[in-house]
Design a protein around this ligand. Structure first.
Ligand code: SAM
Length: 200
């Protein structure tokens, strides 16, 4: 076993289980604790490459007539029963394209966005916060009433702002650090359940 594997047991487990990334275990922990996948039929995964969250979603969601859409700026290998939109989450027409391809509103929006890290902590946190805010904006446009939203955040001075915005729109909010997330990583996940959709 290499030194790298000893330090990262989740990487080794992921490889053994056929997951494309160790990130799969973060979503599995989130699911175990917060039951976000239960009953979800229309699911959007923002920043989905290389696709390990999509693998978890397709394994865990047993509803018939599932519609799952993955979005990433980078190309990824196809995942069975998943439609992929290769696009930046910045694209102005993205929410429209998602709604069109889903054929309705989503029950769950997942987001695990990371910018290309520069090593400049201030810049990396600012860029990640931007992706988190964009993800929330898309979730607000595509979620159905009582739907759920999960997003990665790098803990920073921007975290509270995003938590406050989310609190205004969802009935249940938690911040959660899965044990599969490296302790040295600034990442944390915001779990928001039961969207209070605006009256139409
Ligand atoms: C940590 S990875 C996601 C891992 C994924 N959850 C999985 O389980 O395989 C972060 C992803 O964010 C994507 N990303 C970064 N900026 C983006 C943007 N503006 N639009 C879309 N995707 C973006 C990257 O291409 C990368 O694939």
């Amino acid at each position: 076993m290499s030194r790298w594997d000893k330090r990262e047991p989740y990487r080794r487990k992921a490889r053994a289980m056929g997951y494309r990334a160790r990130a799969a275990y973060k979503l599995l922990e989130i699911e175990k604790r917060f039951k976000i996948l239960h009953g979800a039929k229309r699911i959007v995964d923002l920043c989905c490459a290389p696709g390990s969250w999509l693998q978890v979603v397709t394994q865990h969601c047993k509803e018939t007539d599932l519609d799952i859409i993955g979005v990433d700026i980078a190309p990824l290998k196809p995942v069975d029963d998943v439609k992929i939109i290769q696009s930046s989450i910045d694209a102005p027409d993205l929410a429209f394209r998602i709604r069109e391809q889903l054929g309705g509103l989503a029950n769950l929006v997942l987001s695990d966005c990371s910018p290309k890290l520069t090593g400049n902590k201030t810049l990396d946190r600012e860029r990640q916060a931007y992706l988190g805010k964009k993800s929330l904006a898309i979730a607000l446009e595509v979620l159905s009433k009582r739907g759920h939203f999960v997003t990665k955040l790098f803990q920073s001075e921007y975290t509270q702002e995003l938590v406050t915005w989310t609190k205004n729109r969802f009935d249940f909010i938690r911040l959660f650090k899965p044990s599969a997330s490296l302790p040295r990583s600034p990442e944390i996940y915001l779990i928001a359940k039961y969207f209070r959709a605006p009256a139409k």
